[in-house]
Design a protein around this ligand. Structure first.
Ligand code: TA6
Length: 301
């Protein structure tokens, strides 16, 4: 279903069984909503998105949902923060490749972003970036990105990538992340210095901005207040960024409400430490699957 979203931007709504749904904006190829069968929103989207008057155009980005960070992550490079993909208009692939025979989702959309003459002035490469957003039969959200080097000058290129997923949580101080204990991380609040995580479980009581390295394929976010667990499964994305701006930074962000930090946590499947390098004709694939399950179903409970 195609319709208009905030500021008249085009968006696509996917629906699967009963009330599961997801919304994807062509601006940024950005998922902005994901709802479970009870119709509850599972992703955080700043309320400021709806109040800011200025039209969304580069370098503005939509605060919340799942921004795609490409070809740069954060400030590591000479491009704008997190690269340009999150504020370009992607197009819909009207003739997408079929789903693999072992996958049975009906609700999916393929979006494509390619190099433009304008962007080649700041990142001189030809590429095709393809994003499939799909809803599984039980409402799981699945994102698959394929990036191909289509350079005709024989040159390889390198990039970083991230699914900057803003999860909606009821109260950040009641949230625990599992799967990252004992791992090494780069602390963005300490000039990306490297540390080893000492905590048994990761909990939140102040600003956090860490890049966990060589993370396992499964990570869980436990929201005790809501008795809900988000389970992340990822492939091709070795790092996991964990971010919450907390009160002071929240106040300094014009597109983020002062108290909204209590309702969000970014856990981002990403390639940050080591960039990916592709030769012409080569393709990279990065995949993220998220489910939201009642906590009583989890093995930890
Ligand atoms: O992914 C974490 C991070 O890189 C943080 O450093 C934080 O600033 C956040 O992204 C938001 O970045 P943005 O450019 O969207 O304001």
């Amino acid at each position: 279903e195609h319709c208009k979203g905030v500021n008249g931007l085009d968006k696509v709504i996917l629906r699967e069984n009963r009330r599961c749904s997801a919304e994807v904006y062509l601006y940024g190829g950005q998922v902005t909503s994901w709802k479970n069968p009870q119709g509850e929103e599972l992703l955080f989207l700043s309320s400021k998105v709806f109040f800011l008057q200025a039209a969304f155009k580069p370098p503005r980005t939509i605060r919340g949902g799942i921004p795609i960070c490409f070809p740069q992550f954060g400030n590591i490079g000479s491009l704008e923060r997190h690269g340009f993909a999150r504020n370009r208009i992607w197009s819909v692939d009207t003739d997408p490749p079929p789903c693999p025979s072992n996958v049975s989702h009906k609700a999916f959309i393929d979006l494509i972003l390619r190099h433009s003459e304008e962007d080649m002035k700041i990142w001189p490469h030809r590429y095709e970036c393809r994003l499939r957003v799909a809803l599984g039969p039980t409402g799981d959200l699945m994102l698959t990105s394929r990036i191909r080097n289509t350079n005709t000058d024989g040159k390889p290129f390198s990039f970083r990538f991230g699914y900057q997923t803003y999860f909606f949580v009821t109260d950040i101080s009641e949230v625990r992340v599992e799967g990252l204990e004992t791992l090494d991380y780069l602390d963005n609040l300490m000039n990306r210095e490297r540390f080893t995580e000492q905590e048994d479980a990761i909990t939140f009581e102040s600003e956090v901005d860490k890049v966990y390295l060589s993370t396992p394929t499964k990570i869980a976010i436990l929201d005790h207040e809501r008795k809900r667990t988000f389970e992340l499964r990822k492939d091709g994305l070795p790092d996991a960024v964990v971010w919450n701006p907390w009160d002071k930074k929240a106040k300094a962000m014009p597109d983020f409400g002062d108290d909204e930090y209590t309702n969000m946590l970014c856990v981002e499947a990403a390639c940050v430490e080591e960039p990916v390098t592709l030769k012409p004709g080569e393709e990279w694939k990065g995949r993220l699957e998220i489910s939201a399950v009642p906590s009583s179903y989890c093995s930890e409970q």
